[in-house]
Design a protein around this ligand. Structure first.
Ligand code: ATP
Length: 360
């Protein structure tokens, strides 16, 4: 069921066009992310859904109701901010219960609701603690519990994990996904961290310059980016020049350094026409062939140009005749498999099926 529907939403700040013709639908129970570089309009879009910003044109409907003129406190949404504003002089329970202060509930009911909300975020038993005696991760949980206790239909999260260090952030990501599945509330997350978006979301809208560049599930976004811009923003991608000779169910294309290829139409998610084209190939779809190794895939001669060792993986940049920039590829480090030195002559296995045609 569609819970949130934006049609033709535009927003200006003076002369600045902050949101451009935004159309999107978010389903009940969906974990939806807005992802994009700094300044692309993610927070502005979230704030228009929350009702903190008016829209210039277009409409926002939540749960079938037009939100025009409906203030933030009357919308079925609740927002959790990056700078989790908790009150340091109050206890954890008082912080979480803050939103219920005007609710028509008995003291006992409120205490029970606070206890349940704290359990939900893994802080059961912490109610009596002073809020200023909590770690960053625990504070973030308090902020979440405070939002969840109001049982909103939609929880809006503006970079809620960005202040946490890497380990805790990854742990909180997993916990947030679990929590979202348990409570069944629709989550809309703003993030500039593509890994975070890929890990957590059912669907992602990638935003550039106030508009939506592509909206898809994480796998489609990663495997089938519709433009060079999206491909560049999500994960690591090698770009090669090519020339499309013919289109149809199979596309005939000549790829710089790799020669003539035939790819399926689904490998060109954006529009392609005969003529020059940009082609993407992910590092993990290329592999080095070690001495004596054979392959049923295609192969091309290469020279190791750069080696970056990551423990479980090694990233190599390799030079291939006919391609100006080195290709980046990643190899899992297995026992008995050597890490090659710069200057080693080697071969790279590749596959026509992993090429993505990215338009002109
Ligand atoms: N109240 C405002 N008045 C004027 N300009 C604004 C206002 N709020 C946002 N902007 C501008 O609108 C653009 C989008 O801002 P927004 O905060 O939505 O970006 P963002 O994608 O969330 O970026 P970040 O990841 O850096 O938070 C920016 O160029 C910003 O300077």
């Amino acid at each position: 069921m569609t819970l949130i529907q934006l049609s033709g939403v535009n927003k200006h700040f003076g002369d600045y066009h902050a949101l451009r013709d935004i159309d999107l639908e978010i389903q009940q129970g969906e974990f939806f992310s807005l992802l994009g570089p700094s300044g692309c309009g993610k927070t502005t879009l979230l704030r228009t859904i929350a009702g903190f910003e008016d829209v210039g044109s277009g409409s926002i409907r939540i749960d079938g109701r037009d939100m025009k003129g409906v203030g933030p406190n009357l919308r079925p949404t609740n927002m959790v901010f990056q700078s989790y504003a908790i009150f340091p002089h109050l206890s954890v329970a008082e912080n979480v219960g803050f939103g219920l202060r005007r609710a028509d509930m008995t003291r006992d009911e409120k205490t029970r609701a606070v206890g349940e909300a704290l359990e939900m975020v893994g802080l059961g038993g912490y109610g009596g603690r002073a809020a200023n005696a909590l770690s960053g991760g625990q504070r973030q949980r308090v902020a979440l519990a405070r939002a969840l206790i109001l049982k909103p239909k939609v929880l809006l999260l503006d970079e809620p994990l960005s202040a946490l260090d890497k380990k805790i952030r990854e742990q909180m990501q997993v916990e947030l996904i679990k929590l979202q599945r348990e409570v069944g509330i629709t989550f809309i997350l703003v993030t500039h961290d593509q890994e975070e978006a890929l890990v957590m979301s059912d669907r992602i809208a990638v935003m550039f310059d106030g508009g939506i560049g592509q909206m898809d599930d994480p796998e489609t976004l990663y495997r089938r980016p519709r433009s060079k811009r999206v491909a560049q923003f999500i994960g690591m991608m090698n770009f090669l020049d090519g020339e499309v000779a013919a289109t149809g169910t199979e596309i005939e294309v000549t790829v710089q350094g790799l020669g003539r290829c035939s790819v399926a139409a689904e490998q060109a998610p954006g529009a392609v026409a005969p003529g020059p084209v940009s082609i993407g190939i992910r590092p993990e779809t290329l592999s080095l062939l070690f001495e004596g190794e054979t392959t049923t895939r295609k192969e091309v001669a290469a020279v190791v140009d750069e080696v970056v060792y990551y423990g479980d993986m090694t990233y190599y940049d390799v030079r291939v005749d006919g391609i100006e920039k080195p290709l980046t590829l990643s190899m899992k480090n297995l026992i008995g498999r050597p890490v090659l030195d710069v200057g080693t002559q080697t071969r790279v296995a590749w596959d026509e099926r992993s090429l993505v045609l990215l338009g002109h």
